[in-house]
Design a protein around this ligand. Structure first.
Ligand SMILES: C[S@@+](CC[C@H](N)C(=O)[O-])C[C@H]1O[C@@H](n2cnc3c(N)ncnc32)[C@H](O)[C@@H]1O
Length: 219
């Protein structure tokens, strides 16, 4: 049977043999298998977002908004040690978020003390122009809030939107031509351009998630 990267099954010690290589991805995956609390899909999504974001955004404090386990934040630090710290924010952190941080910090002691997990509404977080803001699957209009916060301080931003909400997000008048979810994402990109940002669009592999449009932008 093939190993489905979109599965929501929890990674566990039964999966260790699937990650036998000596790559950073496999080493992280093995730690998460031992942690026994992270859905498989979350690992693959976070990895694809973090490595693409890191190709364009080096250094800076990483701010992972609507972070879940805060995996993107921690992968961003592992992929580029020039970032001093990461702030991972969620209005309801999963109980296992601190366990994930502890397991990763045991495997990579340089992470210890550099990742702050904060339970808060993302609107309440103070941001800075030097920050690198990331958000993986901030549902519906939450992605608009993330982009709005980034724009306010002129910070770099990477989002992987999902659950686009036609009632709440701007379709930019494009719904006559484009699928509504695509119209919303295209309008988001256009707004960033209109605000003087460069915009780069990519997709992560659809076999991980069909909500796979990655929007990267910076001032
Ligand atoms: C679909 S999950 C994504 C979690 C994680 N980024 C991932 O990719 O697995 C969306 C997250 O947004 C969080 N959330 C919802 N509203 C929020 C808000 N106003 N501020 C911060 N986090 C919020 C939820 O608690 C949830 O963990």
């Amino acid at each position: 049977m093939s190993f489905d990267p979109s599965s929501r099954s929890r990674l566990s010690s039964h999966d260790l043999h699937r990650f036998a290589q000596d790559s950073l991805f496999c080493r992280v995956a093995r730690v998460l298998c031992e942690a026994n609390c992270v859905p498989r899909k979350e690992l693959y999504e976070a990895w694809e977002v973090a490595r693409r974001a890191r190709r364009r955004f080096r250094g800076g404090r990483v701010v992972d908004l609507a972070c879940g386990h805060g995996l993107v934040a921690q992968l961003m630090l592992l992929l580029d040690d020039k970032s001093p710290s990461a702030l991972a924010v969620d209005s309801k952190l999963p109980p296992s978020a601190s366990r994930v941080n502890e397991c990763l910090s045991q495997a990579w002691p340089r992470l210890r003390g550099r990742v702050q997990l904060v339970e808060a509404e993302l609107e309440s977080i103070a941001l800075d122009a030097e920050d690198v803001i990331v958000s993986c699957h901030a549902c519906g209009s939450l992605t608009d809030q993330v982009l709005g916060r980034a724009l306010l301080v002129r910070a770099k931003v990477a989002v992987l939107p999902c659950c686009q909400a036609t009632g709440k997000s701007d379709l930019g008048g494009l719904a006559g031509w484009l699928d509504p979810a695509l119209a919303i994402d295209v309008t988001r990109a256009a707004k960033l351009r209109a605000a003087g940002y460069w915009v780069h669009t990519q997709t992560i592999p659809a076999e991980i998630t069909p909500k796979n449009r990655l929007l990267l932008a910076g001032p």
